[in-house]
Design a protein around this ligand. Structure first.
Ligand code: SF4
Ligand code: SF4
Length: 475
């Protein structure tokens, strides 16, 4: 059961009956629906391009294969991650960590230079919200029509429009959910299994989960996700400095704001360039007024720039009353692109990219381990040689089957008595019982270092090796 903490505003300056006057304040503010106006312009075109590009990659890549293997596939049961023709395993965790560090510092680096461009152009919340808003505009009409429709009593037309909008939102959400799970469960099988009711319960659960999450986040919660759920919005300001280029209103040019006729020059009426038309507020997807200065609610989408530029064009004023600029430039100072914090983030970013590229370039797509048979230290065979038994574990991390030739070295005449050729499927980790023998005269001490080799016959560059010990009688 939720508990409420009653909060009273106390005004001691106005006593009533000898007691301070009190007033109850609501700590919970219900959401005011934002009716963002559609706008066209340079930044909206850039966002449309980035949106189509990202959505195209998201919906297309899940279907693509390379040499018969999925281009991107996270096979959790097999603990394999297929990325652009390479297969990664849990032992490659260091690479994943490196990539996450690159992503984080890439974000910090860009944010320091250009503010919240990630939020404004590429964040999935922004991308899907803009698709949903586009659908809404096509079905319910422009901002004024949508406001009117919401206020109007229920009618057949209203029910039809609302149903159509929510149906399309749900279809987009379902496609999003299916695609997302398709990166973990082969998409072709997933589609067939889901619609023939043969998929397992978890597949239904996760598709439903991501469908509902997309529908609620992009359809209903929208800016609330950015304002109350996203931690990045809260700590982005620590990455800003007076040289960070962000969407800003130029008060020295715009103020004092005020309405005037197009034919009246601002200086004639003692006004700045802002005609107080409110267009920048009407297009804002988070419902803020950029003229109030930098606010954490601003996702840096630059729609207010497009809206204001359109007004400036109509008034025959120069564009850029709202523009990408820096605090320093607004104060008439010069801005620096390169500064200690950009160097710091840039240095970490460049180092991590170098490390990850090096690890990938030198990564051997296979692994071999030798486990000595703990049951018997050694035995003599019919030829009078000393035998040791091992289990060789060979993993093929390439995308094709590999035939390996096995050999051993380290002692004169040492040889493998069991199979010396083995074919291992792509992604397979095979355990091979292996027996090795050597003449007693070749053993200099009771415990000797030996090395197992596995040379691929399919790919000459794929060579695996592992060290082990060969045990004989005490000398
Ligand atoms: S769109 Fe431009 S002119 Fe209109 S209110 Fe905003 S800043 Fe002022
Ligand atoms: S003020 Fe609003 S419209 Fe302008 S960049 Fe920020 S979020 Fe976008």
């Amino acid at each position: 059961m939720s508990k409420e903490i009653p909060v009273k505003q106390v005004d001691p300056s106005e006593p009533s009956d000898g007691k301070p006057k009190t007033d109850t304040i609501e700590l919970y503010a219900s959401r005011k629906k934002i009716y963002a106006k559609e706008v066209t312009g340079l930044f909206q075109r850039i966002r449309t391009f980035s949106l189509l590009f990202l959505l195209g990659m998201y919906f297309l890549f899940v279907w693509l294969t390379l040499d018969g293997a999925p281009l991107i596939h996270f096979d959790l049961p097999a603990r394999e991650f297929h990325l652009y023709g390479a297969t990664f395993y849990p032992k490659d965790f260091i690479l994943l960590s490196g990539m996450l560090i690159i992503a984080a510092f890439g974000l910090f680096f860009i944010t320091t230079l250009f503010g919240r461009v990630w939020c404004g152009y590429t964040c999935p919340q922004t991308v899907w919200t803009f698709i949903f808003m586009w659908v809404e505009e096509r079905i319910e009409g422009n901002r004024n029509k949508r406001m009117k429709l919401d206020k109007a009593p229920n009618s057949a037309q209203k029910v039809f429009k609302k149903s159509a909008k929510h149906t399309i939102w749900l279809i987009i959400s379902l496609l999003t959910g299916l695609t997302f799970i398709g990166y973990f469960y082969p998409i072709r099988e997933l589609i067939v299994d889901i619609f023939t009711f043969q998929a397992n319960g978890w597949a239904y659960f996760w598709v439903a989960f991501f469908t509902v999450a997309t529908y609620l986040n992009a359809g209903w919660m929208r800016e609330q996700v950015c304002l109350y759920m996203c931690p990045y919005a809260r700590f982005q300001s620590v990455m800003f400095d007076p040289n960070t280029r962000i969407v800003s209103y130029d008060p020295s040019r715009g103020e004092p704001r005020g309405a005037r006729k197009k034919s009246v020059k601002p200086e004639e009426v003692g006004l700045g360039d802002c005609i107080d038309c409110g267009q920048c507020v009407q297009v804002c997807p988070t419902g803020i007024d950029i003229r109030d200065g930098l606010q954490y609610e601003c996702i840096g989408c630059a729609l207010c720039i497009d809206a204001c530029d359109e007004i400036m064009d109509k008034m025959n004023y120069p564009r850029g009353l709202i523009r990408y600029t820096t605090e320093n430039e607004l104060e008439g100072k010069s801005s620096k692109l390169l500064r200690p914090r950009t160097f710091g983030y840039g240095a970490v970013l460049a180092t991590m990219i170098g490390v990850v590229v090096f690890v990938i370039a030198t990564r051997v797509p296979g692994q071999m381990d030798a486990l000595r048979d703990r049951g018997a230290l050694f035995s003599f065979n019919g030829q009078g040689n000393i035998e040791n038994s091992y289990t060789l574990k060979i993993a093929n991390m390439t995308e094709i089957p590999q035939t390996f030739s096995l050999s051993v070295e380290g002692l004169d005449g040492i040889r493998i008595l069991t199979d010396t050729q083995v074919t291992i499927d792509s992604g397979e980790n095979r355990s091979l019982p292996t027996v090795v023998d050597v003449s007693p005269e070749a053993i200099p001490q009771s415990n000797n270092e030996i090395i197992f080799h596995a040379q691929s016959e399919t790919d000459a560059s794929l060579k695996l090796e592992t060290e082990s010990r060969f045990v004989g009688p005490t000398q």
